[in-house]
Each structure stands twice: as C-alpha cells, then as structure tokens.
Write a protein that binds this ligand. Structure first.
Ligand code: NAG
Ligand code: NAG
Ligand code: NAG
Ligand code: NAG
Ligand code: NAG
Ligand code: NAG
Ligand code: NAG
Ligand code: NAG
Ligand code: NAG
Length: 895
C-alpha cells in the first residue's frame, strides 16, 4: 500500500515536471502552439482535449498515428515545414474529427492511394511544396467532404489527379507553380460535376490549351492565371475556352500580355465576366473596340502598364464598369489621351489615375463620365501646374464627390478652378507646390464642399475672404503651409460656422488675434501643434494673455504640442468642458495655475510630456485626472518630495488609467537622493507619518527657542548671520552648480543710476579682486567703449551675464534711462529664461509702494537672499559682501 502511494506520488511528480518542461503554448481555446521548437517527437504531455495542434516549423521526420491517438478531439493539425516523408492512413481513423490537415513543405514525394482513404471528414488538405511529381491512381477519391485542395509548388506536369470522377464537394483547387505545360481536354475530367468555384493555375509554363479543357468544370467562376507567360494567342485561346463557362473573375496579371486587340477577349462574349485584372503586363497598346465583348464587366484593373496612346474607342463597350484602375497605366515616356476616351464608361464611379507622369488634361478628356464619384490623380503630375476654370470643365456633367489632387505638382489655383464641380465634397490638394494668396474666388462654385485638404504646400496666405464661397466647410487642413494672414481682421475662419476640424499645425505662427476662431461653435478638433504661440500666453504680453480658445465650447481634441509655452493663463481652457484630448507636450511649462483644468471634467487623454513640470499637486490635477484614460507626462523633471509628488505617486499606483512608460519616463530629478528613480517607486508611506510629528517638533522647538532668539538677534543678529554664511560657504563653496551648464561671459551685469557710479566703484568692483570667488562684473562705465552705451550692446551684455544687479536708490527710481529700457529688458530676459537672475541692492530705505509704483517691482517677488540692504555701519560691510557673493553664486533655476 505504502509503496503504491509512493509510486503514485512519484508518477505525479514526474508528470508535473514534464508538464512544466513542456515548451508548447496552450491557450484557453484548446489550441496548442508547438511551432518553431526544433521538436523531433510529438509532445505527449499536452491536454487530451485540444482541438488545434500546431507542429509546424519543427524537425519531425515521421508522423506516427499512434503518437497522436490521445489527441482524438483534434479538428485542425498543422505539420507544415517539417521533413515528414510518409503518412499513416490510420491517422484519420484515430482522429475522427480532423477537418483541416496541413502537410505543406514536407517530403511526401509520392502520394499513395492508401494515405487519405479514411479521411472522409477532411475539408481542407494542404500538400503544397512536397516535391510531388506525379499522382498515381485515385488517392483523393474518398475525400468526399473536401472543400480546399492545395497542390501548388510541386513538380506536377498534369492537373489530372485521378482517373474517375471524385471530390464532389471541392470548391477551391490550387495548382500554381507546377510544371503544367499542356491543358488537355481531360485535364479536369476527374472534377466533372463537382462544385468547383476557384481554380488557380498561376506560374505554370503553359504552352498549349486544348479545346474543351474547362468543360468538365464549366460551372467554376474564378480563374487565376498570374505570372504565366501568355502571348496574345494563348490569351485569346484561354478566353475562347472560357466561353460557355460560369467565369466571373479572371486574373491575368503579369502574364506578359503586350497588346490587346479587338479579338483578345472575343471568347468571353457570352460569359458574365464581372472582374478582369490585366495589371502588370507592360501593355503598350489597346486597340479600338478591345473590350466590346465585356458588356457585363464591372471592375477592370489595368494598373502598371505602359500605354502611350489611349485611343478614343479603346474603352468602347465597357458600359457597366464601375471601377477602373489606371494607376501607373501610362508610359512614363509621354502620354496622349484622345478626347472623349472615357465617354463609354457611363456607369463608372471610381477612376484611379494615380501615379502617372505628365497627364495632359483637356476640356474634353473626361466628357461622358456621367456617374463618376471618385477621381484620384494623386501622384500623377499634371501637365499644367496651374488649375484654371478649364482644367476640370470636362467633369461638369459628373456627380463628382471626391477629387484627389495630392502630390500632383499643382502650383496655383486660378479663379473658378473648381467651379464646375458643384457636387464635390472632398478636395485633396495636399503635398503640392501651391504658393499664393487666397482671395476667395479660387473655391468659387464648390457649393457642397465639406473637406479641403491643403496641408503641405509651399506658402499660403489667407485673407478675410479666403473661404467666403465655401461656408459649409467642415474640415480644413492647413498644416505646414508657411501660413500667414494678410489681413487678420476679420479672421478668414469667421465664415466657416460649420467647421469641425481645423489643422494649423507646423506653421510657425507667432501672432494671432484673440478672436481668430470667433464663431466656430462647431469646432471639435483643433490642431495647433508646432507653432510659436508662447508669447500669446505670457502674462507680460502687452495687453495681457491672448485667450484665443475662448468660445470654442464644443472642442473635443486640442493639440498644442511644441509651441514653446512656458506660461499658461489660468483661464486658457475655460469653458472647454467637452475636451476629451488635450496635448500640451514638448513645451516649457513649469508651474500650472491652480484653476487651469477647472472645466476639463471629462478629459480622456492628457499629454504633458517633456515639459518642466516638477510638482503634480492634487489641487491642480485631481479634477482632470478623475475621468482620465490615458496620461502622458513622462520626461518632466519631477521633484520627488512629499509635498510635490506624494499625491501623484499614489495616484499612479492606484489609477486605472493607462500611463505608458510609467517606469522608464517618470523619473525623479530632485532631490538628489531620489535622482534617477522612477516616480512610481517613490515611497509615500513616510509622508503620511511625518506630517504630525513635524508639526509637534516644530511647535515645541519654536516656543522654546523663540524668546532666546529674539533677544540674541536683537543685539547681535547681523553678526550671527555673517558667521553663518561664512561657515556655510566654507563647506559648500560659493557657486551652486547650474544644472544647465550654461556659459556666461560675466557673473553679473550692474544696473545703476549715474549718481551711484562712485558707490559701485568703491563697493562692488573691488570684489573682483577676491580670488576666492573670481567674480567678473559687466560695468558699463568701464567695459563699454568710451562709456557709450548703445542699445544692442546693453542687450548683448545682459544676455551674457549670469545675474543682473539693480543698485536701488531714489536716483535709480528717478532715472528714466534705467527705468524704461534697462529694467524692462532685464525683466524680459529673466522671464524668457524662467530665471531667478535678479539681485536687488538697496542703498537707501525705499518703501515697497514706491518700488511698485516706479519700476513695478515688489520685494515679495524675489527670494530673500536676492534682496540685500547695504549697511550703514562699516563693520557690517563684510557680512554684506558675503551675502552678495552667495546671491551671485546661487543657481538661476527657479526652484
Ligand atoms: C512516438 O512515441 C514513441 C513511444 O512513446 C516514441 O519513442 C517516439 O519517439 C515517438 N515518435 C514521435 C515522432 O513522436
Ligand atoms: C455529370 O453527371 C451526369 C449525370 O448526373 C452525367 O451524365 C455526366 O456524364 C457527368 N459528367 C461528367 C463530366 O462526368
Ligand atoms: C452548374 O450550375 C447549374 C446551376 O447553378 C446547375 O444546374 C448545373 O447542374 C451545374 N452543373 C454542373 C456540371 O455542376
Ligand atoms: C478588328 O480590327 C480590325 C482592324 O484592326 C478590323 O478590320 C475589324 O473589323 C475589327 N473587328 C471588330 C469586331 O471590331
Ligand atoms: C480608333 O477609333 C478612332 C475613332 O473611331 C479613329 O479615329 C482611330 O483612327 C482609330 N484608331 C485605330 C488605330 O484604329
Ligand atoms: C470614393 O473613395 C473614397 C475614399 O477613397 C471611398 O471611401 C468611397 O467609398 C469611394 N466612393 C465610391 C462611390 O466608390
Ligand atoms: C474662365 O476664366 C476666364 C478668364 O480667366 C473667363 O473669361 C471665362 O468666362 C471663365 N469661364 C467660365 C466657364 O467661368
Ligand atoms: C489621396 O490619395 C492619397 C494617395 O493614395 C491618399 O493617401 C490620400 O488619403 C487621399 N486623400 C483623400 C482625401 O482620400
Ligand atoms: C502600490 O500599492 C500596493 C497595494 O495596492 C502597495 O503594496 C505598494 O506598496 C504601493 N506602491 C507604492 C510605490 O506606493
């Protein structure tokens, strides 16, 4: 008993370990994928009830039926790409439900009559690429349910697979890439009275077609004969043999048919042929009346041929054709199209003339195309680069809806260029060379137009009237067109009340009016990426930020990627409550105003990647993150402190939204001990515990030391400060490391009133001699030529200075030169670079209101270490100097 138990458990362990070793992938739908595993035996440890077993691309030499008996539920067995050279007839007995058997790319050179004798239930059998050179007897006789038989890529010289009628239910027979050179009268006799639909005879060296060869299978409907060398005579013969058959689709592509005459398709006259493919044939001529026999044809593919003259009667008879493919149809050496060549195609709906060179279009070219809906000339260079009111006048009788003129080399649209196309809804003029001003008449007559695609053109200039004739426009694409506005008032878009998509991306637009989109109540998608809109949203912008999105209350997708934005007005997105996708990535945004996303309660996608965002605070983001499905915020310099990031780290850990690249792109930048780690790994637990303790510690320390401090500071405060700063700098050195590693010519530029020259010379300039910190000032009186300060020199010097020192006295406030220009410019730069680069030195006691009144500054705008008071007592000057050095050495980055 015990031994039995032991054996049982041993065998259990054994099975388990084998199962664990099993390299096949078994999926829930009972599919076992054992392909590409270099197997030389059939795995014996798969679940017994699998329905699909893929053993392809292995090293099986045999397929022993016994090894498969346990998988008796198999419906599909794929043994392709092995080296099996024998097939055991028992297999079909052991696998009674097998329907699909794939034996392609093996070595079953000889097909024995016994092989498939028991495979009654099989519906698909693949024997392609086995090197089979002949079939003796009737090996497929018993396959009564077979629908698909693939014998392609073998070495068969005859299509005859048996000497009596069989395969009653066969629908598709693949015979391509064999050695069949003669289609004899008996070729398909074994398929007599079957339901064959599709026959593929591609890539056979056909030389002879005997009369009656298709008669046994005359109900078939699809004949594929690609890549076979057929001369015009053989082609004509094939068509004759197809007479009185059910042929519906005939593929004769790449058969070296060089010429079509009025007899080529004569044999098809009494058929119902609907689809004919004669593409890729280097056809150089189509005679008049070549297609008169194809009265029922609906689709004709003539792509990739070499026609130099399209004769006026070439398409005669194609009265039912709806789809005509003339892509790359013409010879690149030169084209002539007889006038009215298309007049026969009364039912043609789709005409593809893409990718032809130098198409000559006259006033008569397209006459008679009474049903044409789609015309594509994409990548077809037009002979005339200017579109006039004559170019498409031959289409005036067509109900054309879709005209594709992309990549056609169009350079100019004249007045009324499309005036005949009253039904046109979509006009694609993208990727051209158009270089012009639009005054409106270019689009005159396009009464039903909905989409105009003008993206990727050379240079477009809009006027107030550009779209006056197309007020129904819904989509307007103007991406990368070097777009400018000739007269911005009123906006060219004002006429487009129905507009729902507007693409203005990649135009380098820097200036627009606040009301540029006024009245576009229906706008849903606005693409404004890769422009230069940063200035418009600066609060320092004269007249305040330009809120150009105001009123676009139905906007759903807004793309403002890469615009240089470093400031966002709090009301930038106010009212955009339907916004679903907002892309603000690749800008320079650091601080987001608290109310910024106030109205975005149903946002699904927010993209803020590659900005300068350091903190992700609940107050700003909670509301917008609520409904979010995708967040893209990687590549920001996150500050991983409790205050800045704890809430976000927690959100990342708990959200259901998708945050792509959360581990690799959301990286802490500061503080240094977290530098380089992923925000998602930021440990938030200490943040929760620390807060109450901190508060206690703070209150205790505060109360117990306050009184003492007050006393000490009162008497010796400056001295304490002095020693403190000195000792700090002994340890840390003067200059903080500037992470941007920018190089500046000067450490500081000094702005001061004339009257304070002597103070500067006595108190600041001597600091340059201090070897410990190696300061270098830019001092106009000394560093500018003969003391002459011209504007450019000042601007340049300010740019080349790391810091800017304001020496503030009453004289300074009254000096107009200082006030108007220099201060303004210094600020401009500080703002542009988002830099904390200004240091104020007060020589006199100046009240804050005066500062604000005269130079629009408040002390509160600066860090305390950047505001220095020059002491009246000489023994405190050393302390002052020390503080100044720190202020000058501190980093410019706003922290
Ligand atoms: C079939 O099973 C036998 C016995 O288990 C085994 O020796 C043989 O290798 C198997 N053959 C294949 C091709 O799997
Ligand atoms: C098709 O079947 C009919 C009888 O149903 C028979 O007379 C005829 O010979 C068969 N055709 C061929 C080609 O076997
Ligand atoms: C061909 O199809 C027609 C109707 O579709 C049918 O009546 C006829 O018997 C079929 N002939 C053969 C040989 O299958
Ligand atoms: C075919 O073209 C030849 C001249 O190339 C002409 O003589 C003949 O009448 C045409 N046949 C038909 C059916 O159009
Ligand atoms: C084709 O037909 C047109 C119009 O009937 C005729 O002018 C032209 O000569 C014909 N071309 C050829 C090669 O038969
Ligand atoms: C015209 O072309 C467009 C796009 O290429 C396609 O969606 C549409 O179905 C076509 N119209 C017709 C009538 O074939
Ligand atoms: C086409 O434009 C020309 C001037 O460029 C004008 O004289 C002519 O009337 C216009 N034709 C139509 C049909 O509008
Ligand atoms: C115009 O044709 C080009 C090339 O086939 C295609 O990429 C583009 O989408 C088409 N334009 C329209 C509006 O369908
Ligand atoms: C994320 O949440 C899981 C539990 O939901 C917790 O075990 C884990 O520590 C959290 N990780 C972080 C980084 O907060």
């Amino acid at each position: 008993m015990e031994i039995q138990c032991l054996l049982l458990s041993l065998s259990g362990i054994f099975t388990l370990s084998v199962l664990a070793d099993n390299p096949c992938k078994v999926r829930e739908d009972l599919t076992a994928d054992c392909s590409h595993l270099k197997l030389s035996t059939i795995p014996s440890n798969l679940p017994n009830n699998i329905k699909i077993l893929d053993l392809s691309h292995n090293q099986l030499k045999q397929l022993p039926a016994a090894n498969l008996t346990k998988y008796d539920q198999l419906v599909r067995l794929d043994v392709g790409f092995n080296t099996v050279h024998r097939f055991e007839p028992e297999l079909c007995i052991y696998l009674p439900f097998l329907k699909v058997l794939n034996l392609q790319h093996n070595e079953l050179v000889k097909i024995s009559e016994k092989y498939f004798a028991s495979c009654l239930q099989l519906t698909e059998l693949y024997l392609n690429a086995n090197g089979i050179s002949s079939v003796n007897g009737n090996p497929f006789e018993k396959l009564e349910n077979l629908l698909v038989l693939d014998m392609s890529h073998n070495k068969l010289t005859s299509t005859t697979l048996g000497n009596k009628q069989q395969l009653m239910n066969l629908e598709e027979l693949y015979f391509s890439s064999n050695q069949v050179s003669v289609l004899s009268k008996e070729a398909f006799g074994f398929l007599g009275n079957t339901t064959l639909q599709k026959l593929d005879l591609s890539s056979n060296p056909l030389k002879e077609i005997q009369a009656g060869c298709f008669q046994a299978i005359r109900n078939f409907s699809i004949l594929v004969m690609q890549k076979t060398q057929l001369n015009p005579h053989l082609t004509e013969q094939i068509c004759s043999e197809l007479a009185h058959t059910g042929i519906n689709t005939l593929l004769l592509n790449e058969v070296h048919l060089l010429r079509i005459t009025n007899t080529t398709f004569r044999g098809l006259a009494d058929t119902d042929l609907k689809v004919l493919d004669i593409s890729g044939n280097s056809l150089s001529e189509i005679d008049n009346n070549s297609f008169v026999f194809l009265q029922k044809l609906e689709s004709l593919n003539l792509e990739n041929n070499d026609i130099s003259v399209l004769r006026s009667r070439a398409f005669n008879g194609l009265s039912e054709v709806q789809l005509l493919n003339l892509k790359k149809f013409f010879s690149p050496k030169g084209i002539k199209i007889d006038d009215q060549s298309f007049q026969w195609l009364k039912k043609l709906k789709n005409l593809n003339m893409e990718d032809n060179k130098m198409i000559p279009i006259t006033e008569y070219t397209f006459i008679g195309l009474e049903s044409l809906r789609n015309l594509s000339l994409s990548e077809a260079t037009l002979k005339q680069q200017t579109i006039t009111n004559k170019t498409f006048s031959s289409l005036s009788g067509s109900p054309l809806i879709h005209l594709n003129l992309s990549k056609t080399g169009v350079a100019r649209l004249e007045h009324g260029a499309f005036s005949c196309l009253k039904h046109l809804q979509v006009l694609d003029l993208g990727l051209n060379q158009i270089d012009q001003e639009f005054f409106g008449h270019e689009f005159e007559g396009l009464a039903n137009i909905e989409t105009i695609y003008l993206s990727y053109n050379k240079r477009l200039t809009l006027t107030s009237n550009s779209f006056n004739f197309v007020p129904g426009l819904r989509k307007l694409n103007l991406r990368k067109t070097a777009l400018t506005f000739l007269d911005p008032n009123p906006s060219p878009f004002t006429a487009l009340q129905n507009l729902s998509v507007l693409d203005l991306g990649n135009n380098n637009i820097a200036n627009i009016q606040e009301d540029v989109f006024k009245g576009l109540f229906n706008l849903k998608i606005l693409n404004f990426q890769h422009n230069n809109l940063a200035r418009l949203w600066k609060h320092a912008n004269p007249g305040g930020p330009v809120l150009f999105l105001r009123g676009l209350n139905n906007l759903e997708i807004l793309n403002l990627l890469s615009n240089g934005f470093d400031e966002m007005p709090p009301t930038a997105f106010k009212g955009l409550s339907n916004l679903r996708v907002l892309k603000l990535g690749e800008n320079n945004v650091n601080i987001l105003p608290a109310a910024l996303f106030h109205d975005q309660t149903s946002l699904k996608v927010l993209d803020l990647h590659k900005n300068l965002v350091t903190t992700v605070e609940m107050e700003i983001f909670q509301n917008v993150f609520n409904s979010l499905e995708v967040l893209e915020m990687g590549g920001n310099p996150f500050d991983c402190t409790c205050e800045s990031i704890a809430w976000f780290a927690n959100w990342l850990n708990t959200t259901n939204a998708s945050v792509p690249l959360v581990q690799s792109e959301y990286i802490c930048n500061t503080p240094s001990r977290y530098h380089g780690i992923s925000v998602a790994n930021f440990d938030v637990s200490p943040c929760k515990e620390v807060a109450p303790f901190q508060f206690f510690a703070f209150t205790f320390t505060f109360t117990s030391t306050f009184i003492m401090l007050v006393l000490v500071i009162h008497f010796q405060g400056w001295r304490i400060q002095y020693y403190w700063t000195v000792s700090v700098n002994r340890v840390l050195g003067f200059k903080e490391i500037d992470p941007l590693h920018e190089h500046f010519e000067y450490d500081a530029y000094i702005i001061h009133a004339k009257q304070d020259n002597s103070w500067v010379e006595e108190n600041l300039i001597p600091l340059e001699k201090d070897t410990a910190c190696k300061l270098k000032f830019c001092y106009e009186e000394r560093d500018f030529e003969a003391g002459i300060s011209n504007l450019t020199a000042i601007v340049n010097s300010i740019k080349q200075s790391r810091k800017i020192i304001f020496v503030i006295t009453l004289d300074f406030l009254n000096d107009p030169w200082c006030r108007r220009f220099k201060i303004h410019h210094a600020f401009q730069q500080a703002i542009e670079q988002s830099r904390d680069s200004i240091v104020l030195i007060f020589l006199e006691d100046i009240p804050d209101y005066r500062l604000n009144h005269t130079i629009h500054l408040r002390r509160g705008m600066f860090k305390s270490r950047c505001i220095l008071d020059f002491p009246a007592q000489s023994e405190r000057v050393n302390a002052f100097n020390q503080k100044l050095k720190i202020a000058l050495g501190s980093t410019n980055l706003i922290k």
